[in-house]
Write a protein that binds this ligand. Structure first.
Ligand code: ADP
Ligand code: MG
Length: 343
């Protein structure tokens, strides 16, 4: 059934519909969309959302900068659809972008979803992709796609641990024989780190900064542990006492302190998952190591901290932001693999 569903000549898509970023892989062409999951919309009388003004990169630029009549929405929260209509509009936009001139052909679509999603949430994803123009929708668990994308031996009787640190959630999973053996998901990931930086800067520098500036700090100097060499970035914020804009430097040390709580929660989740892992699979993880994926995997020294606490080898996936979509793309190209991992 799956073979016929994914015929050779159609243009099919694999979509990583993430809280922070949406990526699309098209058969034969590879990665064709890689944009923030943000939609800018007109706000009508009574706050009713109207026309879509911008999607993706263009919309993200507007976050925190919109006038009263425009609103920048992130339609996914904690890995699931929070705003159905806006998600649908965003998906349609990215699917059209991915199909290009082939837009007339309704594609068959694979969507990656968090492992512990409810039936209602699953249906929302499928509906959303269908009404955005998909002829057929298949779901695969995100940790599985991430593991495939990271090159782990998912179909073999070997245990692999993958930790996907995204925007809204971090998911820890142990995978073996094409299935997810154990998972744990926590709502501490990139967004929580940005919020922690905002709160820290407010306390330490008496200054208010927005989400975008917080993320900029995290990307430029964010550290999970104090850096061996001092690093810093100059940013602008609004002084709380004077109410005027002010420039100041935030250091890597600052971020290590700001992010300590987020980091320890992620590390705890890994430790907890390891404790529940059957011994044979644990033995494999000692050999294979823990593989980090998602944008959060790139936080400086996070791998060191996890290595120190668990005593296990830790590897950052080659392209952590693209692991999930590349893994799903591989399933699109390999029907046997897809049959094995599809929900
Ligand atoms: P999702 O799958 O939820 O959309 P992603 O895997 O795309 O999330 O990761 C996005 C998150 O990763 C964002 O919070 C972003 O700020 C964060 N991120 C991206 N690059 C880095 C980096 N170099 N260091 C730390 N965090 C990063
Ligand atoms: Mg993700």
């Amino acid at each position: 059934m799956l073979e016929s569903a994914f015929g050779l000549f159609s243009c099919d898509l694999a979509i990583d519909l993430g809280t922070a970023n949406t990526l699309v892989y098209a058969t034969g062409r590879g990665l064709v969309v890689d944009e923030p999951s943000v939609v800018a919309m007109a706000k009508g009388p009574g706050g009713i959302l109207g026309k879509v003004l911008a999607v993706g990169v263009d919309a993200k630029r507007m976050v925190g900068r919109t006038p009263g009549n425009i609103i920048a929405v992130r339609p996914l929260k904690d890995g699931v659809i929070a705003d159905f209509e806006v998600t649908e509009a965003m998906l349609r936009h990215f699917m059209v972008q991915a199909m290009g001139r082939r837009s007339f052909a309704h594609p068959r679509v694979i969507v990656c979803i968090p492992y512990r999603i409810t039936e209602v949430e699953k249906r929302a994803v499928m509906e959303s992709a269908r009404s955005a123009g998909a002829r057929e929708v298949l779901l695969i668990p995100e940790p599985m796609a991430a593991a495939i994308g990271a090159g782990l031996p998912v179909s073999e009787p070997i245990g692999s641990m993958i930790v996907d640190i995204g925007g809204g959630t971090s998911e820890v999973a142990v995978i073996t024989l094409g299935g997810v053996a154990i998972t744990q998901s926590l709502r501490v990931a990139g967004d929580a780190m940005d919020e922690a930086i905002i709160a820290y800067v407010k306390r330490r520098y008496n200054c208010l900064i927005g989400e975008r500036t917080a993320e900029e700090i995290k990307l430029a100097v964010g550290c999970a542990a104090p850096p061996p060499q001092p690093i810093g970035i100059v940013v602008k914020g609004r002084d709380i006492s004077t109410g005027t804009p002010r420039q100041f430097e935030v250091t890597g040390e600052d971020t290590a302190e700001a992010l300590a709580d987020c980091v320890s929660q992620i590390v705890e989740a890994i430790r907890h998952t390891l404790e529940q892992t059957p011994p044979e699979l644990s033995a494999d993880i000692i050999d294979q190591g823990v593989v980090l994926a998602g944008g959060g995997a790139m936080l400086r020294h996070l791998d060191d901290v996890i290595r120190d606490v668990t005593g296990l080898p830790v590897v950052i996936a080659e392209d952590p932001l693209r692991c999930v979509v590349m893994g799903a793309g591989e399933c699109l190209e390999k029907p046997e693999l897809l049959k094995r991992v599809a929900l």
